[in-house]
Design a protein around this ligand. Structure first.
Ligand code: SAM
Length: 247
């Protein structure tokens, strides 16, 4: 009887099999939404022609020494927006290599144009979700500095789970820093600042440079960005945080 029923089974196609063996995908909730933004012709051109020169693939571990053809301290900026900080820092510190990660197309285009116009040789960008890039492309103990300035605040309580800075992400960032490497953040949302402080204080291998539970003085080299100015117009204070990797 049993063998009969087995014989009578129609073979499943791969789609049906997949339904049964549906893999459990532990993908974090996205910290961004894709906004449809019209692009100027110049920015369209930048995306179509400059990404191959100044962008990097995000499917494999990166060898930035080879890509930049030199060994130099590496600063990674996550969520660079329109690139004010990234382009400014790359000009200010030609002796360092810079990598930027962003998902927002106008920002990607703006930075590509900036790299071209300023003839910068020390900046590359990746157009992808920082979670994926950190997991796939960045070797452990590789980065001297990670910068995350004005991450999306997701102010509504029901959206807090979308905030980029969560314990799992902080742990991931920690593993990518060299010992002594710095994690620099700023936000203009008080409750997010307190959340970030608490998350980083509870991340093993990170230590607060300003002292336990303290915010840092404003980083001297951090130029005001669009989102910092917007926060100030709303009357918000700005909170800086600097942690370093102890292992
Ligand atoms: C509020 S804006 C701040 C931009 C910039 N840092 C500034 O200060 O002007 C946050 C940026 O982070 C980017 N972002 C959010 N989540 C991201 C992720 N998972 N990977 C890459 N970029 C992300 C957004 O697209 C957005 O441009």
């Amino acid at each position: 009887m049993l063998s009969q029923s087995i014989i009578n089974l129609t073979p499943m196609n791969s789609a049906e099999l997949l339904k049964i063996n549906k893999p459990l995908i532990l993908r974090p909730i996205r910290s961004f939404v894709h906004r449809q933004a019209g692009l100027s012709k110049e920015r369209e051109r930048a995306l179509n022609t400059l990404l191959t020169a100044y962008g990097l693939p995000f499917k494999e571990l990166l060898n930035l020494e080879q890509i930049f053809q030199r060994a130099a301290p590496i600063t990674l900026e996550i969520g660079f927006g329109m690139g004010h900080n990234l382009l400014e820092q790359a000009q200010q510190y030609p002796e360092k290599n810079f990598l930027g990660i962003e998902v927002h197309r106008p920002g990607i285009a703006a930075v590509l144009l900036g790299i071209e116009n300023l003839e910068l040789h020390n900046v590359k960008i990746i157009h992808a979700d920082a979670w994926e890039v950190m997991n796939t492309c960045i070797p452990n103990k590789y980065l001297d500095t990670i910068q995350i300035f004005f991450p999306d605040p997701w102010p509504k309580r029901r959206h807090h789970k979308r905030r980029l800075i969560q314990l799992e992400f902080a742990k991931l960032l920690q593993t990518k820093l060299k010992t002594g490497g710095q994690l620099q953040l700023a936000t203009d949302w008080q409750d997010y600042a307190e959340h970030i402080l608490s998350v980083l204080e509870n991340t093993s291998g990170l230590k607060n440079q300003a002292g336990q539970n303290q915010f840092s003085p404003r980083l001297a080299q951090r130029p005001p960005t669009k989102f910092e100015k917007r926060g100030q117009q709303l009357g918000h204070l700005i909170w800086d945080l600097v942690f370093y990797a102890t292992k």
